[in-house]
Design a protein around this ligand. Structure first.
Ligand code: PMV
Length: 404
């Protein structure tokens, strides 16, 4: 016998990926709606390496206030305007479909219990908010059986964390800044699928930061208000780069993709340095990673790798699968066995490596020392798909959270 809606726990579970921008989002034209001053573009990273798993559930008998449990810790949703904004938008879409079909259970009136966990340690220093908000929005949308597309839902995820809107899709994803005041044209769209250019790989060099970084929202506001370089970046530099990198992706032109990526990361960090007071996200180890990439490209005689840095010191180095030995192989030889993370599905081609791809005398010795001391872990990954609906629920049939 089917459970009555009064005792039934309704559930939906999804995974969502991390994304790393190659054209950076930096600057808000509306801080409440999270509307950006410029468009951005990212690569969705494989969930075989990094993913958030989220179950959204609702039941009439749940405690009245919505609950959110992240990595085993209950969160105070009421103090998170961003989470509240996402949930309110999703509920109102559910209410619309309930209003047009009275046979549907009134899920919009039930309290929610959302349980979420990352498969990577928070200590890795990776911004998990993009995957987190994308998973939350996707899971609740699935629970409510909303007909909206990923593109439509990206408007909602954007209100949680700007970069989250790009984690609702796989492959190569653009976030169009839009120009409307209500933000309805500020959304993400897939520029190319994962299968269009599946050879893209990334190695993340996890660099420990001595000091906590300036949070991205605060950093953006300072840059918009005080940097002279910023205005040109938003109005001229980024629009040109968006066009150029989309062409590079369509043509699978790695050298063009790589140069635009490196220049955009450098330009973004230049506007941070140009802010008042200046903001530094990169440190000596980050700069050593920059030098390494240029040294490898020079030694090989073509552009085989590119770096990019978000609001923190970790380096993300993109390369193509065929150049794994030249790039990841050289990094592995430099870091040696001490560093963690040389494992997982993307490790296979490196397993039997006997020599570095690039002779170490081609790399500045100070670079080697800084990286050896400063990189604690690597994450080997590659381009991947968008959120996937799964049955691996984190809430059981009775409504209790399951902790792994
Ligand atoms: O989504 P937020 O508010 O965490 O901002 C992300 C900003 C960068 O990671 C630096 C750039 C980007 O486009 O992801």
């Amino acid at each position: 016998m089917a459970a009555s809606p009064d005792s039934k726990v309704f559930r939906a579970t999804t995974t969502a990926p991390v994304n790393i921008a190659v054209i950076k989002y930096w600057g808000k034209r509306d801080a409440v709606l999270n509307l950006p001053t410029n468009s951005s573009l990212s690569v969705t990273l494989s969930q075989r390496s990094l993913r958030t798993l989220t179950t959204a559930s609702c039941a009439s008998f749940y405690p009245a206030q919505d609950e959110l449990i992240l990595n085993g810790k209950p969160q105070d949703i009421q103090s998170s305007k961003r989470t509240l904004a996402c949930l309110a938008s999703l509920r109102s879409l559910r209410r619309e479909i309930e209003a047009s079909d009275s046979s549907l259970p009134q899920l919009s009136a039930f309290p929610l219990r959302i349980v979420s966990e990352n498969n990577f340690p928070t200590a890795a220093g990776l911004a998990s908010s993009a995957a987190g908000f994308a998973a939350l929005v996707r899971a609740v949308a699935d629970l409510y059986q909303l007909p909206q597309s990923a593109r439509d839902l990206s408007r909602i995820a954007r209100q949680g964390s700007g970069s989250a809107c790009r984690s609702l899709m796989g492959g190569y994803v653009a976030w169009r800044a839009g120009s409307l005041e209500d933000g309805s044209d500020s959304l993400a769209e897939e520029v190319a699928s994962q299968s269009h250019w599946p050879e893209m790989r990334a190695v993340v060099l996890v660099v420990s930061a001595e000091k906590k970084d300036v949070p991205s929202t605060e950093g953006m506001q300072t840059t918009v208000a005080t940097s002279n370089l910023f205005a040109t970046r938003a109005t001229t530099v980024v629009p040109e780069r968006m066009d150029a990198i989309e062409t590079a992706i369509q043509n699978r032109d790695f050298p063009a993709f790589a140069e635009i990526t490196m220049r955009d990361s450098n330009g973004f960090h230049a506007t941070c340095l140009d802010s008042w007071p200046p903001i530094f996200y990169m440190n000596d180890v980050s700069r050593a990673a920059v030098r390494l990439v240029h040294d490898i490209n020079r030694a090989v005689g073509r552009t085989v790798c590119s770096y990019t840095f978000d609001a923190g010191p970790n380096a993300v180095i993109y390369y193509l699968e065929k150049d794994t030995e030249l790039v990841a192989g050289t990094i592995k030889t430099i870091l040696g066995e001490k560093s963690e993370g040389w494992e997982g599905p993307f490790y296979e081609p490196l397993k039997n490596l006997t020599a570095p791809g690039v002779a170490l005398d081609q790399v500045d010795p100070r670079t080697v020392e800084l990286l050896k001391d400063g990189v604690s872990r690597v994450i080997l990954t590659g381009v991947g798909e968008g959120p996937v609906s799964v049955d691996d629920h984190l809430v059981n049939e009775k409504g209790d959270a399951i902790y792994h």
